[in-house]
Design a protein around this ligand. Structure first.
Ligand code: PGA
Length: 246
């Protein structure tokens, strides 16, 4: 049964601080906790805040582990648009987290099912995700779990929808360069996280925010499964929050 904490913020900086408060509390309670992390534009203020808090001595990442939600298929760690590189540049290179304690699905894996299984096993060996960060796609995707006729359980390969490729082309020089498939944690992997923080900004996300939390639970809107998660904190700005009051 959904237990939804809603935090309203006005600016991206406030969002970063509100999300960082949750991460800080989890890390203080469990210094070797497992963070499930996300990429995209919305997490950037959070990552800036986490870096600043470690520099200020408020957080210590030296024992923390992290597992990212997803990666483009075919992009290696040095590709400017790979999610591994995004994480290095925007967070990992600036905090004390140990390189061996960060995992991102391998976009260049030749045996993808084996890589996905190993990814799940690693998270399990770490004791599961303590706090999972999520954004939401315009089509309701979480990670790269696109609308579909079932909820994929484990980490797996997916074909990206035209909507997702269109939304992400802003990071590439043309739509043709946006990969057509990706590797993502499954819906089961995400739902197994003990705590979830979802960050949403912008009027363009209001409608999907409404569908996710107040519409029917359906794999056509993958994020709607969160209605069954017991501990979700939704942090949104006023423009996105309009979707709460429809
Ligand atoms: P965004 O990405 O938060 O950068 O919009 C969310 C997503 O597509 O999952």
């Amino acid at each position: 049964m959904l237990h939804l904490n809603i935090v309203n913020v006005e600016t991206p900086e406030e969002m970063g601080k509100a999300a960082a408060d949750v991460f800080e509390a989890v890390i203080h309670a469990k210094p070797a906790c497992v963070m499930g992390l996300a990429t995209g534009s919305t997490p950037l203020p959070l990552y800036r805040e986490l870096i600043a808090r470690e520099k200020a001595g408020l957080i210590d990442f030296s024992r923390v582990r992290s597992a990212n939600l997803d990666e483009y298929k075919g992009l290696g760690p040095d590709h400017p648009q790979s999610y591994r590189r995004f994480m290095q540049e925007n967070l990992f290179d600036h905090i004390s987290i140990k390189p061996e304690n960060t995992i991102v699905p391998d976009g260049l894996a030749t045996d993808i099912p084996a890589m996905c299984e190993a990814y799940e096993r690693k998270i399990e060996d770490w004791g599961g995700v303590d706090i999972q960060l999520l954004g939401i796609g315009h089509d309701g995707h979480i990670g790269f779990n696109e609308p579909c006729d079932y909820f994929p359980v484990m980490t797996h390969e997916v074909q990206l929808t035209a909507m997702t490729r269109e939304a992400n082309k802003r990071f590439f020089s043309s739509i043709d360069e946006v990969p057509t498939s990706a590797i993502t944690m499954g819906i089961g992997t995400v739902m197994a996280a003990k705590r979830i923080v979802m960050i949403i900004t912008g009027a363009d996300k209001a409608e999907i925010l409404h569908k996710v939390f107040f519409g029917p639970v359906t794999p056509e809107v993958p994020g709607s499964i969160l209605q069954f998660h017991p501990d979700v904190t939704l942090i949104c700005d006023a423009a996105a929050a309009a979707g709460l009051h429809k």
